[in-house]
Design a protein around this ligand. Structure first.
Ligand SMILES: Cc1cc2nc3c(=O)[nH]c(=O)nc-3n(C[C@H](O)[C@H](O)[C@H](O)COP(=O)(O)OP(=O)(O)OC[C@H]3O[C@@H](n4cnc5c(N)ncnc54)[C@H](O)[C@@H]3O)c2cc1C
Length: 391
């Protein structure tokens, strides 16, 4: 079977490698890969431990501290229990394309602008330079997927979060920072990479958000690094899928001779924006079920969809909810400062070792040890110095 894979991000490139290794003839098409895709580049422990690409010597920064802020006055620092890393998307892209080439994948650098189903079945992909036919079509072409728009329904504006950020040259300590701003549905991040720092903000799009978000982000960067660094920074902005509970139910990701993977399938954690793990995982699941589209959809639902749909149901409470009379995030940060147990659960949530599906149960079972932490105050943390940020 000849398979055309549109998009050589982690989903498309990895699916191509795995399908070629299974003996399929694969053409991988991308307009620009490898490139520095707008992305934090944060890879959680669950991805690092599962996919062979991360056991290679791919350049990465291993993170030893994560500080979570809520506004100016509340912060907690957690030490990851398992490795979590940040990497450059260009470097990841290069590794993946080399792996694809070694597996025998044909790589085509071209922007596809039209896709049509042929009368005899199969597909024709058209770009300015070329026309390509295939028996099967994989849409790995990101949040605004042309394949998705052709075979199913495009992700709607309310199903997308918006991001903006800067790549700032230089290197910093292996310290990841996440900053929740009171009233903002989303967060600011600072992720150090091998030779630059990725700063960004993710939020659901709201009218008039751009100017405010840009100001919040630049204030954060100036407080973190000083006023000069923004002058040399490269700005980016990009959408990322952020599906609601209703969208998960309606999300169609496979059909007759086609399938969607990664962002094109909407597979991103709506609370954190994490998508790299799900891109690799959906590539893996598709490679195992390429002849059975229904099985692909049901395995995605069982192994990814339920988790992400739960995150979608928790989204409102996380960003807008209240807990013990204050913002949910603020209280979580405050309690984490005083409770080693909560700090450990929070740390595991960030590195991807705590599922949303079992979070509530885990918290309920931990109530006795959280109570002991809070009563004895034994795990109270010292206030970190010089870690303040300003709005
Ligand atoms: C600002 C930002 C920060 C993020 N930070 C993180 C993070 O820290 N950790 C994390 O896990 N996730 C993060 N994500 C999400 C992550 O980037 C995505 O989930 C991941 O890249 C999805 O991989 P993918 O292969 O599905 O799609 P993509 O990586 O988007 O790749 C799609 C590819 O398709 C190509 N393409 C698209 N259309 C065409 C066409 N018509 N013709 C030819 N080629 C085409 C593009 O050039 C691109 O290379 C972030 C996202 C954003 C926007």
């Amino acid at each position: 079977m000849h398979i055309a894979v549109l998009g050589a991000g982690p989903a498309g490139a990895w699916a191509s490698v795995l399908l070629a290794r299974r003996g399929h003839s694969v053409t991988l098409i991308d307009a620009q890969a490898p490139w520095e895709k707008p992305c934090g580049g944060g890879v959680t422990a669950k991805a690092l431990s599962h996919f062979e690409i991360f056991t290679s010597d791919l350049p990465r920064k291993n993170i030893d501290r994560i500080t979570i802020y809520f506004g100016d006055k509340n912060s907690v620092t957690v030490t990851p229990a398992k490795p979590i890393a940040v990497l450059s998307r260009r470097e990841l892209g290069k590794y993946l394309l080399d792996a694809a080439e070694n597996a025998g994948v044909s790589i085509l650098k071209s922007r596809v602008n039209h896709i049509e189903r042929m009368v005899a079945g199969g597909w024709r992909l058209l770009s300015r330079e070329t026309s390509l036919q295939s028996d099967f079509l994989i849409g790995a072409d990101g949040a605004t997927s042309l394949v998705r728009r052709t075979v199913a329904t495009a992700l709607q504006p309310e199903e997308l979060a918006v991001t903006m950020g800067y790549f700032i040259p230089g290197s910093g300590p292996a310290h990841m920072k996440i900053y929740f701003v009171p009233g903002l549905e989303g967060y600011i991040w600072s992720f150090p990479r091998p030779n630059h720092i990725s700063y960004g903000l993710i939020t659901r799009s709201e009218p008039g958000w751009t100017a405010r978000a840009k100001t919040l982000l630049s204030n954060f960067i100036v407080a973190d690094l000083g006023p000069d660094h923004l002058k040399h920074a490269e700005f980016f902005s990009a959408p990322v899928p952020c599906l609601s509970p209703a969208s998960w139910k309606a999300n169609r990701i496979s059909g007759d001779r086609w399938a969607l993977i990664g962002d094109a399938a909407g597979l991103v954690d709506p609370i954190t924006g994490e998508g790299i793990h799900y891109a690799f995982k959906s590539a893996e699941l598709l490679s195992e079920t390429i002849d059975k589209p229904d099985e692909y959809a049901s395995r995605i639902k069982g192994e990814i969809g339920q988790e992400l749909a739960r995150a979608a149901r928790m989204y409102r409470r996380f960003y807008r909810g209240h807990f013990l009379g204050a913002d949910f995030c603020k209280r979580t940060v405050q309690i984490s400062r005083r409770s080693r147990t909560v700090r450990s659960i929070l740390g595991n949530l960030i590195i991807g070792n705590q599922s949303y599906l079992t979070l509530k149960k885990h918290l309920v079972f931990s109530i006795p040890s959280i109570g002991i932490d809070l009563i004895t105050g034994r795990s109270e943390l010292p206030i970190p110095r010089g870690e303040g940020v300003h709005q």
